[in-house]
Design a protein around this ligand. Structure first.
Ligand SMILES: *Cc1c(COP(=O)(O)O)cnc(C)c1O
Length: 251
């Protein structure tokens, strides 16, 4: 096998030969499984599968996997750390991808994230709205923002309190460079996700009443996408079921 230094130095190059074909087949099989799960969940909920967008969470996986997924027809990818996302987005900028940022975000990273992200799903405080708006305006870009809602006060995983959602929504809607897209949540760990997703659906409905274009409900991951779809999710964020188990983060 010829693995030239030039080829291996390009972080987005797909490995040549058998390894790439094997990884492609693995990703294709996983993608078919996930699409079948989404279709079955939509059928059970009486929903059209066209209403549910699959977002691949590629964190800890190389840009070459993003490239393979794009080749399999996936267009939405998500990352949760700017340090990892920025070079991966850069390495795949020739591809027609929509980048979602889904991690807790420091205001000092807003400028970097605004360069490559199309959607920031983890907007949870006023200072971040201000920072993202300033960064987007300077770069003459429009960022679609989802308000991340905390569904379990005991956890420090980010997210706004439900009572703060209307105020944050007004701030995003009024900001140059930002567009209010809807809500996002992560189900509480170790509990039945159904009640949390039902609560999110209510918050999303209230938001839509005031902001009719804010239609996105991003909920559901590898383990609970069926429950999320049952509760009206429009976007599911799937990592493990598509890409496999994540190794310890080494970067
Ligand atoms: C990692 C991550 C996911 C994907 O989780 P899986 O269980 O691997 O599907 C979804 N949402 C967020 C915010 C994440 O950080």
């Amino acid at each position: 096998m010829t693995d030239t230094p030039a080829a291996s130095a390009d972080p987005a190059s797909v490995p040549s030969g058998g390894a790439a074909a094997e990884r492609r087949a693995e990703l294709a099989a996983n993608l078919a499984d996930v699409r079948a799960r989404i279709a079955a969940a939509c059928a059970a909920a009486g929903r059209d599968p066209g209403e549910v967008t699959l977002v691949a969470v590629t964190k800890t996986f190389p840009a070459s996997d993003v490239r393979l997924l794009a080749g399999l027809g996936l267009t939405e990818v998500a990352e949760n750390r700017d340090q990892e996302a920025a070079p991966k987005a850069e390495a795949t900028r020739d591809l027609p991808l929509t980048w979602h940022f889904v991690g807790q975000l420091q205001t000092n990273k807003a400028r970097s994230v605004a360069r490559y992200a199309d959607v920031v799903q983890s907007v949870d405080r006023s200072r971040l709205v201000t920072a993202l708006a300033g960064a987007a305006a300077r770069q003459e870009r429009t960022l679609r923002c989802l308000i991340q809602v905390s569904l379990d006060e005991r956890e420090g995983r980010g997210g706004a309190e439900p009572r703060d959602v209307p105020r944050l929504a007004e701030e995003i809607a009024a900001a140059d460079g930002l567009e209010l897209g809807g809500v996002m949540a992560v189900a509480p760990l170790g509990a039945d996700p159904g009640p949390a997703f039902t609560r999110l659906a209510g918050i999303a409905a209230d938001l839509r009443a005031a902001h009719p274009a804010a239609t996105t409900v991003s909920a559901g991951m590898s383990g609970d996408l069926e429950q999320a779809i049952e509760c009206g999710a429009t976007h599911v964020r799937v990592g493990t079921a598509l890409l496999g188990g994540r190794r310890a983060i080494v970067r």
